[in-house]
Design a protein around this ligand. Structure first.
Ligand code: ATP
Ligand code: MG
Length: 568
């Protein structure tokens, strides 16, 4: 492609609306244009990358036994009410009406419709297993769509759904899909970490996310180099540091003037935060819940929400705490009844804790469980953190930020049961097929790749998903000798199957070099009057600092060698 004919224009200035690196660089490089918040036109540069990602995804899905379909984006709201997910998706679901005022939605995912397809096809166990996928535009009315393709309101996803006769069948399919996902990210040239993930309240059992480590990521994962354990923080469990334990001492009330936080309480009493208890009030739908954790531990609200099976969970405000007859800043699990009380298992580690006394300016000392207070349940609702022990007891957890690019999930029979799909098993009994679902954010992968691969000059595309493989710059493009040599090289590379963006514009060398760094194509080839005199061409890998001089007839081979370096 010749730059003079190409639908792309680089920007000198950073666009104001861009909050993340990938968003800024994609706009500056002329890859896409914003049409509305979280909605973009993909220009040729972006689309070429997206097509490459899609191709890799498609090949691996087919190899894993997937059959490609294309399901409708426009669906009836009724479909979503039958499964009960209209409420679960809430404001994230785009809704509209047709001319007869019938309510419709723009689909954010396709479990309902794919279950109907399976229902129309499956009669007996002979029709299973079935693995169906599509690559399609999804719609989600995200509350903060400000990160470009990382979190769009309209974006491309590959979603796959499997149907098996039983749990063992699903285990096999699930494993196959995990391998396919590892292949996809490896072939894209993008290192990812596969982690245990939260599987939500509907509670399929297994769930794994594929996370691309990147500073800007919204996800935090905890992993252990020694044991290989890796989990999203939403899900991670850990062995917490032990707290002091001693002979149980008598409970006493102490004056703590003005003390309302755990940090202040620990300093005031000269103890560590692990020797305190923290009582936190939550509003779970309509119910107020008291949660008690050791003072140095944070409540994991995802674990808590799953445990409570509630739709909405938030901290109770001061008025709600006071309305329950409690003292904000000194709330206490002691003497509390008539309210649901949940404790984290961390309260079992340590004793003689300091805790609130439910009166202003006073706390208890030497609180011991279960001697001094009751709870209804003791469950793991702790937030694991860096430095904790790996739950398998084999090392220490480290934390890293990353971007979720894929998610595989054992759904179970929720949709097949709810929507009434079944099959006849070998003994003639009707059973619901067991489902799995598997998502990959195709457009998110592109943005995440840039978050992971860039420098202060621009993008550094991994070769397998770069829009073009090489950027050919003709310096002094108006010089007939340069023009002839660069044209010849462009033809030669193109006929050798190399995808070249040929900068044949009458721009200065500085502009061309800057644009090449900004676009970040894997290999840069420079034809200049000076090089021509020595019968060489300059060739440089975007990722490397040094350029090399190559004889004009050795360029194709040299480009091939450099591209191979990006293969994982
Ligand atoms: P997130 O937690 O980031 O909102 P999710 O868990 O809701 O994502 P899934 O429903 O598991 O996402 O969707 C499958 C994949 O689709 C995700 O792994 C992600 O790569 C991609 N994806 C989800 N939401 C978006 C979005 N708003 N923009 C771009 N890609 C997305
Ligand atoms: Mg997810």
């Amino acid at each position: 492609m010749r730059a003079t004919e190409f639908l792309s224009r680089t920007l000198r200035q950073d666009p104001n609306e861009a909050e993340t690196v990938s968003h800024r660089l994609m706009l500056r490089a002329g890859m896409m244009l914003q049409a509305a918040a979280g909605v973009y036109s993909y220009l040729p540069l972006a689309l070429r990358s997206i097509k490459k990602i899609e191709r890799i995804v498609r090949e691996e899905m087919n190899a894993a036994g997937g059959q490609e379909v294309l399901m409708p984006t426009l669906q009836t709201l009724e479909t979503w009410e039958q499964s009960g997910r209209a409420a679960a998706f809430g404001d994230n679901l785009f809704r509209l009406f047709d001319r007869r005022e019938r309510p419709l939605v723009l689909a954010p995912t396709h479990e309902e419709v794919v279950t109907a397809i399976a229902g129309a096809h499956i009669e007996s166990y002979r029709d299973l297993p079935l693995n169906i996928y599509q690559i399609q535009t999804k719609f989600r009315d995200e509350p903060r769509p400000r990160a470009g393709l990382l979190r769009g309101r309209e974006f491309v996803m590959k979603d796959a759904y499997s149907f098996d006769t039983d749990q063992e069948g699903l285990d096999v399919t699930y494993q196959r899909m995990r391998v396919a996902y590892r292949n996809i990210f490896r072939r894209c040239g993008l290192p990812t970490i596969e982690v245990e993930a939260d599987s939500g309240a509907i509670g399929g059992k297994d769930s794994h996310e594929f996370i691309m480590p990147a500073q800007s990521g919204e996800d935090v994962i905890l992993y252990c180099e020694e044991s290989g354990y890796a989990a999203n923080v939403e899900r991670a469990t850990s062995i917490i540091n032990p707290a002091l334990e001693g002979e149980p001492l008598p409970l006493e009330v102490v004056d703590t003037p003005g003390i309302t936080t755990i940090a202040d309480l620990a300093v005031f009493l000269g103890i560590s935060e692990s020797q305190t208890l923290k009582a936190v009030f939550y509003q779970a739908d309509a119910e107020t819940v008291l949660v008690t954790v050791r003072g140095d531990i944070e409540v994991n609200e995802v674990k808590l929400k799953n445990h409570l099976h509630c739709l909405d969970l938030r901290l109770a405000n001061a008025e709600e705490v006071a309305a329950a007859g409690l003292t904000p800043g000194s709330t206490s699990p002691i003497g509390l009844s008539g309210i649901r009380r949940i404790a984290d298992t961390s309260i079992l580690q340590g004793n003689n804790f300091a805790a609130g006394a439910n009166q202003p300016d006073k706390h208890y000392q030497n609180v011991n469980y279960p001697r001094d207070f009751e709870v209804d349940e003791t469950v793991d609702i702790a937030t694991a953190r860096e430095g904790d022990g790996s739950p398998d007891g084999q090392g220490t957890l480290k934390a890293v930020r990353g971007i979720e690019v894929g998610h595989v999930f054992k759904l179970g029979t929720f949709f097949t049961t709810t929507l009434g799909v079944d099959f006849l098993d070998e003994s003639g009994t009707l059973k619901p097929p067991v489902m799995g679902c598997y998502g990959i954010g195709v457009t998110r992968i592109l943005a995440a790749a840039i978050e992971q691969n860039h420098d202060d000059k621009g993008i550094i595309f991994p070769a397998p998903i770069a829009p073009f493989q090489a950027h050919l710059l003709a310096l002094n493009a108006t010089d007939p000798d340069v023009r002839a040599a660069a044209d010849a090289l462009y033809d030669e590379l193109s006929s050798a199957g190399c995808e070249v963006l040929y900068d044949d514009r009458a721009e200065s060398a500085g502009v061309k070099f800057n644009d090449a760094d900004l676009l970040g194509l894997p290999v840069r080839i420079v034809v200049s009057p000076r090089n021509l005199k020595q019968s060489v061409v300059e060739i440089k890998r975007r990722r490397a600092d040094e350029a090399a001089q190559v004889p004009a007839d050795g360029v194709v081979a040299a480009v091939r060698d450099l591209l191979a370096l990006d293969e994982l």
